[in-house]
Design a protein around this ligand. Sequence first.
Ligand SMILES: *Cc1c(COP(=O)(O)O)cnc(C)c1O
Length: 476
Amino acid sequence: MNFNLTASKRQEITTTVIEALESSYQNPDELVVSKTLDEERITEMVNAFDFDQPHDTTQVIMHVIEGLKEHAVHSTHPSYFGLFNPRANFPSVMADVINSYLNPQLAAWSHSPYAVELERFVIKELGKKFGYKEQSIDGTFCTGGAESNLTAVLSALNKHFPEVADEGISGILKRPIIYCSTESHHSIEKAARVAGLGKSSVKAIAVENDLRMDMNVLQNQIKMDIGNGLYPLMIVGTAGTTGAGSIDNLEEILRISKEFGLWFHVDAAYGGAAILSELNEQFKGIENSDSITLDLHKWFSVPMATSLFLTSDTSILHNTFSVKTDYMPADGNQVQQIDSYIHSIQWSRRFIGLRIYLPLAAFGWDGYAKTISHQIEMGNKLRSLLEENGWVVKNQTELPIVCFTHPDLKGSKKAVEELVDKLVYSGETWLSTYPINGELTLRACITNYDTQEKDLINFTNLLSTNKNTIAEGICC
Ligand SMILES: *Cc1c(COP(=O)(O)O)cnc(C)c1O
């Protein structure tokens, strides 16, 4: 079997495939933002090729592209107002092509020294943007915020209980407690479970009306837990919550974590990008955090499975993840190098950092800052368009996440759900719902850097028309 295919076949595939991909990249209107589920058709498409005989590669690839175009929600479309999933910028798309062709292995420094050093360079540069001091920046690329947050929990645990590395958590006498807010992402709970601490080691602190963690409740809870013989381990402040985009009071969390000696982690998976914008003041305190989660596959607009765990503790990753083996390549001699496999959860690893290095080098900080500000501006624009049309914005954030409702919907959860379903099944847009202080609202987020004012006007019109037909049906 010729796994390479032939040069001329590869040429044919490249031309055909790139043309098909380019056509919807160039013109996203070709895609239905989100299509009504057709399970029969999906099954039929999945079963189109068996493995009992070989098939023409071009045909198989084109079939898969068609399946993806037909049966997926398209975050590449400017009328997608969804859950942080971006359109991938083009340099980052090329990163995946390069990675697959050359397939660098980043587990050991000596196998891909240029790639490992390039990642370290990006980690340092991003760390500096958050105000970390150059000599105290460390980190590792992760597959997503979930892995980054897990890395944070493991780091905090190993920092406070170094014996965990050998003895596991059963040797810990006091129960470690993690604090986050009720608006935090549930990957914190998952991380606690995976780390062996269990769900009940996570205390979700109540929020104030603005959906930021209530600092009094936090402080009292910590004191009470100490009194009850528990061991306060870490506080997770969220900088840009997933639901409503609120940014916790990081300075105050910093002060409390210092007072009680806790690890201070900032989950900035989505919102962290705004550090490059005019909103950077709202992140004050992050420069003195112990660690940060930053998803690049959200507001930095690179392909899926790209996140960064940053830490200002340069020995913690090594202390948490180092192991000794006889079979891994020996270290290079002259350079003070870091083998990624003893510095992170992963072992074999993809050159994830290239997905952010290329666009950063191509567009520069300024290019990114302008794009992020554009999205913030589109968020503001959407808020005012909605208000001009009688909608009421229910969340308080300057990030481009808007949670809103309309008096005509009379606070009815069912009406909101019906309206969102109607819009999503129209194929013209995608949005979600989120409860704000007990009331279900519609939630729209500017996740696509190509979303322009005309898309927002379209969206607002769609909302109003569909709302009117639903409002007619709501009874007194
Ligand atoms: C998206 C998100 C996560 C989870 O990140 P994944 O990349 O989906 O694993 C964690 N925290 C926050 C605040 C998020 O928005």
